[in-house]
Design a protein around this ligand. Structure first.
Ligand code: SF4
Length: 435
């Protein structure tokens, strides 16, 4: 492509979870501040940044497929936009990638993402600072009604199956000022819901010289931005303190929603996972939260087919899901990841059995959870209007629905960014329809 005189155009393509989306947004922000124009369409870009996910093998494969697809783009003058491979994949595979992925012009592991503008300038043969300013680019990207804010990075838990501590490094909380500044930027540009995320949100502030807590952070943000909904995801069971539950209960603008990944309920499996807890403890945790906030929405995630999981262990897990008083359950089949301790365990379960167990558990969770969604018919709910689908249908989100993982509410009236009070008239699986 022949360069015109405007800002050099860069497209960010993101794979994986919401945390990666936040990282892409941050890189795009840095690039825009340096004078690059951020575009949505890879074919319009002079350079493409692929923010990869490599958490499990399937995610690595998906990232590779995307890289190969993007490497096919060719402009009329025969040139191809350079590909910058960022995020988890270079962090996990390091130098190995350079020889195995000639499609990439450069690699940016998670720890180097702040240098994205310099790297883009280098691959495009430009010099910073660029002549054009980034105001247009920044404005083009603003306006999301709901946005994620990452409050920490890394993880110290070292669950035996997980690659994240190796990819993302040790746990480090972001300072309050940084989180507050990012929240303000998003609120000023139209966000009415802020979703706090991290690998382990419940630990926020514990690593400061003067330790703080997620409860304090949530209360401070909720009070500072009183017209904004706040929601917190990925609170590990140990992070669900009475103080946190009280803070959620005490603020109307903190969604009564807790996402607490427990992964399994059998003591031996949890220890092999290098995790704590037991079925009794998790049941007590659910009761403790519901005693304080009866209408709270609870989500968890579970892994089926971990090494050593017997038929009895699996039946116990199914039995737990049938009676656990949970609203949403995400299920994953165990993935044997190179370099993790769990990968070296004996008693690995056959792939076919793992997938079967995961599907069985998913079916049970769907039966239990969609019935709970249907119990909301006739109830009133405050809904944040998010926008319109391609066919023009208006949709929004109730406090009981987290972005990307739960359903939405279909509406007949309202404007994006408005809160409307509706009655739930009907449900279809995880989706709700409002009057
Ligand atoms: S808590 Fe466990 S599963 Fe979650 S990121 Fe940390 S090590 Fe991985």
């Amino acid at each position: 492509m022949i360069r015109d005189s405007g800002s050099p155009r860069v497209c960010f393509v993101t794979l994986g979870c919401a945390k990666n989306e936040v990282d892409s947004d941050r890189m795009a922000q840095r690039a825009a501040e340096a004078g690059f124009l951020i575009v949505d369409e890879p074919r319009e870009a002079e350079a493409i940044v692929v923010n990869t996910c490599s958490f499990i093998e399937a995610a690595t494969e998906e990232s590779l497929e995307m890289i190969f697809d993007l490497a096919e783009i060719e402009f009329s003058d025969g040139k191809r936009p350079p590909l910058v491979v960022a995020g988890c994949m270079p962090a996990r595979y390091g130098d190995e990638l350079e020889s195995e992925l000639p499609e990439a012009a450069a690699f940016v592991p998670c720890s180097k993402e702040d240098d994205i503008a310099e790297l883009l300038a280098e691959v495009l043969g430009l010099e910073l600072p660029l002549a054009e300013l980034a105001a247009d680019a920044a404005d083009e990207r603003s306006g999301a009604v709901s946005a994620y804010v990452k409050i920490s990075d890394g993880c110290d838990r070292f669950c035996s199956y997980c690659t994240i501590p190796f990819i993302r490094g040790r746990y480090r909380s972001f300072p309050y000022d940084q989180i507050e500044r990012e929240t303000k930027r998003l609120v000023d540009s139209g966000a009415r819901e802020i979703v706090l995320i991290a690998q382990d949100t419940g630990r926020w502030g514990s690593d400061f010289d003067e330790p703080s807590s997620l409860s304090w952070l949530l209360a401070s943000l909720a009070e500072r931005f009183a017209d904004t909904w706040f929601r917190v995801m990925y609170v590990q069971p140990e992070g669900v303190t009475d103080e946190l539950i009280d803070t959620i209960a005490a603020h109307d603008n903190i969604c009564s929603y807790l996402d607490v990944p427990i992964q399994h309920v059998k003591h031996d499996i949890l220890r092999a996972m290098n995790r704590t807890g037991s079925r009794e403890e998790f049941e007590e945790l659910v009761s403790r939260i519901r005693r304080r906030i009866p209408a709270v929405t609870l989500r968890t995630t579970l892994i089926a087919g971990f090494p050593g999981e017997t038929e009895d262990d699996f039946e116990d897990l199914c039995d737990f899901v049938e009676g656990a008083d949970l609203d949403y359950v995400g299920v994953f089949a165990y993935s044997r990841e190179e370099g993790t301790r769990a990968a070296a365990l004996e008693n690995q379960i056959d792939d076919e059995v793992k997938l079967e167990r995961a599907q069985t558990l998913r079916d049970i969770a769907d039966t239990v959870c969609t019935a709970r969604v249907a119990e909301r018919i006739g109830q009133t709910a405050s809904v944040l209007v998010l926008g319109r689908e391609e066919d023009g249908q208006l949709y929004g989100r109730a406090a009981c629905q987290a972005p990307d993982v739960d359903g939405v509410v279909y509406l007949s009236e309202g404007e994006p960014g408005q809160f409307v009070t509706v009655t739930i008239a009907d449900t279809l699986l995880y989706e709700m329809e409002a009057e």
